[in-house]
Design a protein around this ligand. Structure first.
Ligand code: GDP
Ligand code: IMO
Ligand code: MG
Length: 433
């Protein structure tokens, strides 16, 4: 059973970082394989809180090899800052971090593009990106002509390339932004410096991972964002620019599907979304506000208030199937304590027809009316509960119903940000020994 992935099944921030940190114990490698510093993964360890953007959440276990694979887009100064800040807090980062030479590099022009265009849709509506240059960098990767990979920074041709790209970008962006800051010589000097700093970590991680998997080493693939933000299968165009559902693991990491043997789907006990796009179960009312405050639902990366709403089982069932999820981890259950009643969306109604299928077109998703089932809440605080069977009966009934609706057993339940506030089902094979 060498490969396992942890995938967010909603719109991101499902507490993937906390789970990956916990599961690291039973793995030899932890791999980030898509996205970039648009991700913000929180790990609370030994009373300390860490926010990771590009570094895999396995980094707190010095025995484990962390890998940033080729499908990730990297802004070198922010990666270096992240490394320095962790090292400054006593975390070991040396040969235990490998970075793919195939990963694409985010340059200042990508930030300008992300800001200037505000990455609106064709209809002019804002996607509300994290403004980290993610979309423009992936666009250049797919377009090829203006792309630079990390490995390119060590080649003699890099000077000419940067000059050519800067000249073109200055023309392309002239009407959109002040392009004066795009100075090829300055950018080149800076990025050569970043490349030297990162050199000890940069390698062909595809070969590293293939060697590891073929030798039966245990590899944990850490998804970023959530499956509903998947560029192909999410709520397009209100998505990120990579395959953030389970289908993205192989392409991003460079490993064949046969090695991804197990998928853990991560959900919050409710739903949140940052940025634009439809959100059928959104609660723009006191309930939404209550969840936001109790769950401290403000973006890890951009600090934006997250939009909050009820659990959407139609969406979660779709993304659990899409991602090949075996079992579920239900996170932030404690946030729902103190509610008299909890609603769960069990189906959608569209044009008077009921459906359990998630629409493929965003316009249809906008038109759906969620069909809710009301469950009784619980008043007890549950943050100190240690076993799933010791949760209040209504909390257990809630978990049971989510499991039925999504069609997957609940294997993990989280009732607080700390490692200790995590419970595994009696049948779980994930118990950390
Ligand atoms: P990620 O992007 O999926 O790793 O999630 P984030 O780190 O962006 O957001 C999850 C937030 O919830 C973080 O602030 C965590 O510390 C916090 N958290 C994780 N699990 C729990 C939980 O069970 N209960 C509560 N109240 N907070 C949690
Ligand atoms: P983690 O890994 C939540 C959202 C942005 C925006 C859309 C596109 O912490 O779960 P982008 O900058 O990627 O072009 O923005 O995607 N988004 C996230 N939302 N969690 C994330 O990551 C996200 N990464 C991107 O808010 O709506
Ligand atoms: Mg996050």
């Amino acid at each position: 059973m060498p490969g396992m992935c942890v995938i967010g099944l909603q719109w991101g921030d499902e507490a993937k970082g906390k789970l990956v940190d916990l599961l690291t114990e039973r793995h030899d490698f932890v791999v980030r394989y898509q996205g970039g510093a648009n991700a913000g993964h929180t790990v609370v360890a030994g009373g300390e809180k860490y926010k990771l953007s590009l570094i895999p959440s396995g980094i707190f276990n010095p025995r484990v090899q962390c890998v940033i694979a080729g499908g990730v887009v990297i802004n070198p100064p922010s990666l270096i800052q992240e490394i320095d800040s962790l090292v400054g807090r006593g975390i070991k980062i040396d040969a235990n971090l490998a970075i793919s030479d195939r990963a694409h590099v985010i340059f200042p022009w990508h930030f300008i593009e992300d800001r200037a265009m505000n990455e609106g849709t064709a209809d002019g509506e804002s996607i509300g990106t994290t403004q980290r240059g993610i979309g423009p960098c992936y666009r250049d990767k797919v377009g090829r002509s203006y792309a630079i990979r990390l490995g390119d920074l060590y080649r003699d041709s890099i000077g000419q390339r940067v000059e050519r790209i800067v000249a073109t970008k200055r023309q392309m962006l002239a009407g959109l932004a002040d392009v004066a800051e795009l100075d090829a010589g300055k950018i080149l000097a800076e990025y050569r410096g970043f490349a030297e700093r990162l050199r000890p970590h940069v390698m062909d991680t595809t070969t590293v991972l293939l060697d590891a998997l073929e030798a039966g080493r245990r590899v944990l693939f850490e998804g970023a964002q959530g499956a509903l933000l998947d560029v192909d299968h999410g709520t397009f165009p209100f998505v990120t620019s990579s395959n953030s559902s389970g289908v993205g693991v192989c392409a991003g990491a460079g490993v064949p599907p046969r090695y991804v043997n197990r998928a853990l789907g991560v959900v919050k006990a409710y739903c949140t979304r940052v940025g634009g796009g439809p959100f059928p179960t959104e609660q723009e009312n006191d309930t939404g506000q209550h969840i936001r405050e109790r769950g401290n639902e403000f973006g890890t990366v951009t600090k934006r208030p997250r939009r909050c709403g009820w659990f959407d089982a139609v969406a979660a069932r779709y993304t659990a199937r899409l991602s090949g999820v075996d079992t579920l981890a239900v996170m932030l259950l404690d946030v729902l304590s103190e509610l008299d009643e909890i609603q769960v969306c069990t189906a959608y109604e569209i044009d008077g027809q009921r459906t359990a299928n998630f629409p493929s077109h965003v316009d249809d998703l906008r038109r759906v009316k969620p069909v809710y089932e009301t469950l009784a809440g619980w008043r007890e605080e549950i943050t100190d509960v240690k076993r799933i069977e010791d949760l209040p009966a209504n909390a257990r009934a809630y978990l049971e119903r989510l499991s039925q609706l999504v069609g997957r057993p609940v294997e993990v339940v989280s009732v607080g940000p700390d490692r200790m506030q995590t419970m595994f089902s009696a049948q779980s094979a994930l118990l950390v020994k």
